[in-house]
Design a binder for this molecule. Structure first.
Ligand code: KG4
Ligand code: ZN
Length: 335
């Protein structure tokens, strides 16, 4: 079965083609122009998706030596995300469905990240613990099977990626701030400054990052009243990054210990962070199986959406997905 995956929930337009659960191609077009506005401008994001989406489908098909007539089904992200951006992908999918008479599977973006570890490890052992950490979400799930998972903790305010982005802005850097802080931190001292690890002493799997952002703001005002110089940044970035990574790893390992689950899968844009990867990989030595997908499957991508669509089609009547009544929404809870 050939599946066309479509992802347009935020600022990346992505088109993938899968043969069953095997990815043939995964194209991602990122909207870098948002950096000059300091964050994503929703109206501009949806227009930019519209400009590239059909070209990306044409490219994906030609690079796979396929045509639309070979495609058996479509999987498309319908929630959560920016509504205008989601509408572009969902309506494009509906149009293709009507023209080619093929089913469309509506897919939850977070489910895509939760199961992104399956793309390169199709025989994952369940149950597992999944940390989804991106610009919009920071959550821990206990995943029991391909179709059954439960949310066991999440951020009570900002997402970890949002903290990276807001703190980067505070020190004069552009959006997205995560990769910039990651790079600057490489030459800094992680122990130079002590920033808060909120909720560390609470015995739950929740996170809070808004206090960290505030504490960095006051710290900069107090310690650098005449403004920051470029040479001040590596130590600040290394210490901030350490605080974020420390709490992400701590709570995930806490969940894994308390549920006695040794397989951990990490997904979402922040899993690109080099220090996060390094810290989790230290647990690999201690009988944990840590699965961090390759970068192209960590960031927003359509392969993870096609992967969910394949599993849903495999486990239910295909005719169910000929119904195009589905709508998009920004709600992170499954519709
Ligand atoms: O999953 P994603 O592409 O989009 C959603 O938010 O759904 O994640 C984007 C987020 C941004 O906040 C960005 O700053 C962060 O991932 N990010 C990173 C790194 N690369 C991307 N954060 C820390 N270190 C990185 N290397
Ligand atoms: Zn995402």
């Amino acid at each position: 079965m050939y599946i066309l995956g479509i992802e347009s929930s935020c600022d990346d337009t992505s088109i993938a083609i899968l043969e069953d659960d095997k990815v043939i191609i995964n194209l991602i077009s990122s909207q870098h122009f948002h950096s000059k506005y300091g964050g994503i401008v929703p109206e501009l994001a949806s227009r930019a998706h519209l400009e590239v989406i059909s070209e990306l489908v044409i490219d994906a098909l030609s690079q796979s030596n396929l045509t639309m007539k070979d495609i058996d089904a479509i999987g498309v992200t319908t929630n959560p995300g920016l509504v205008g951006s989601l509408l572009v992908g969902a309506n494009f999918a509906k149009g293709l469905s009507i023209k080619y008479g093929i089913p469309v599977v509506p897919v939850n973006h977070i489910e895509g990240h939760i199961y992104s570890g399956n793309i390169q490890n199709p025989n994952l052992d369940f149950p597992l613990i999944s940390l989804v950490v991106s610009g919009g979400h920071t959550a821990i799930f206990k995943v029991n099977s391909y179709s059954d998972y439960e949310l066991i903790g999440s951020t009570i305010d900002d997402a970890a990626g949002e903290a990276f982005d807001k703190i980067a802005k505070l020190i004069g850097k552009t959006y997205p701030g995560g990769p910039i802080i990651d790079k600057l931190a490489k030459s800094g001292d992680t122990k130079k400054y002590d920033f808060p690890r909120s909720l560390k002493h609470q015995k739950n799997y929740n996170f809070s990052f808004s206090g960290l952002k505030t504490s960095v703001r006051y710290f900069v005002q107090k310690e650098f009243p005449n403004g920051l110089k470029e040479e001040d940044l590596p130590d600040i970035c290394a210490s901030v990054q350490e605080a974020i990574v420390d709490i992400l790893v701590y709570k995930t390992i806490l969940a894994s210990k308390e549920y006695n689950i040794k397989t951990i899968v990490i997904g979402g844009g922040v899993s690109a962070n080099s220090r996060l990867r390094e810290k989790f990989n230290e647990y690999q030595k201690e009988e944990y199986q840590i699965i961090i997908p390759d970068m192209e499957y960590c960031l927003d991508n359509a392969a993870m959406i096609g992967n969910i669509a394949f599993n849903k089609l495999n486990n239910s009547e295909i005719s169910k997905y000929m119904n195009l009544d589905f709508v998009v929404n920004s709600n992170p809870i499954r519709a």
